[in-house]
Design a protein around this ligand. Structure first.
Ligand code: GLN
Length: 272
């Protein structure tokens, strides 16, 4: 199951040669990259980058209505990552967001979770997170024309919908403590619930609420943008540091060769 793509092999070879030439192979890890880690990684299926996500988080990930295939910003990032790594991409069925980190930690099922996932200390204690590839913030969404504010929502009679296990759920717990929180498995359920009057507001990532209001929920509005300064990263098992190094190298190449800018333009235009 161990895979060494041609590019990785070349990289490993040249780093090893550099170590030999310097006559200090054992101190190769003293710089920013560890030669052995950067060179080798395992994959659950040979030749494939197997990906998991919660596919109800447009425009980062969703299922195409006619084909049922995954699509979105993260899907395109995964395809480009795989291409840059000399692999094919393999998407597994959607699973709840709060099961993604445990699945990657347990190993054996998927190589990466790519899910608009904020890099947090709690997650980094469980898995490795790649370098950041998207900046994000939080938002509070209500029915258009509602007079709610973050203050009026902080009341025991108010229901705030969040997606379980997310940074939006954490923000609502900390900053709107008096309101009742409804933990749902997708942000779509949360938005539909605000639309139908089941909940008073939803707290979720700003790029997602902006996109959803524009595309599907014109009767909802954002009453507050919250500058949490989050950054999304890709979750990878701590047992596979070579894969994290390879993903980071591929992400850097995608920025350099314009692939990332093309994906941003495709899904967000000038908005991101
Ligand atoms: N960025 C948020 C988090 O990491 C939400 C991610 C999501 O719902 N897919 O918690």
């Amino acid at each position: 199951m161990s895979t060494l793509s041609r590019r990785q092999f070349v990289q490993f070879g040249s780093l090893a040669a550099a170590g030999l030439l310097a006559g200090c192979g054992s101190s190769a890890g003293s710089g920013s990259g560890d030669a052995a880690d950067a060179g080798e990684y395992t994959l659950v299926e040979e030749g494939k980058l197997t990906c998991i996500s919660n596919l109800f988080f447009p425009p980062f990930e969703s299922m195409n209505e006619s084909t049922g295939e995954p699509e979105g910003f993260d899907i395109d990032v995964s395809k480009s990552l795989a291409e840059h790594m000399g692999l094919e991409v393999n998407w597994l069925p959607s699973q709840d967001f709060d099961t993604l980190v445990p699945t990657i930690k347990n190993g054996g099922k998927a190589d990466i979770a790519i899910a608009g996932m904020t890099i947090t200390d709690a997650r980094q204690a469980e898995v490795d997170m790649s370098d950041p590839y998207v900046d994000s913030n939080q938002s509070i969404v209500v029915k258009a024309g509602s007079t709610e504010t973050a203050d009026t929502l902080n009341d025991a009679s108010k229901k705030i919908a969040v997606q379980g296990g997310t940074t939006g759920a954490d923000w609502a717990d900390e900053n709107i403590p008096a309101a009742e929180k409804k933990r749902l498995s997708t942000i779509i359920d949360a938005m539909s619930g605000v639309q139908s009057g089941l909940y008073d507001a939803v707290v979720c990532d700003l790029p997602v609420s902006r996109y959803q209001i524009k595309m599907s929920y014109s009767d909802l509005e954002i009453i507050e943008e919250i500058p949490t300064g989050e950054q999304y990263g890709i979750a990878i098992s701590k047992d596979n540091p070579g894969l994290t190094a390879a993903v980071n190298a591929a992400l850097a190449e995608m920025v350099e060769d314009g692939s990332m800018a093309a994906i941003e333009a495709e899904w967000f235009g000038a908005e991101l």
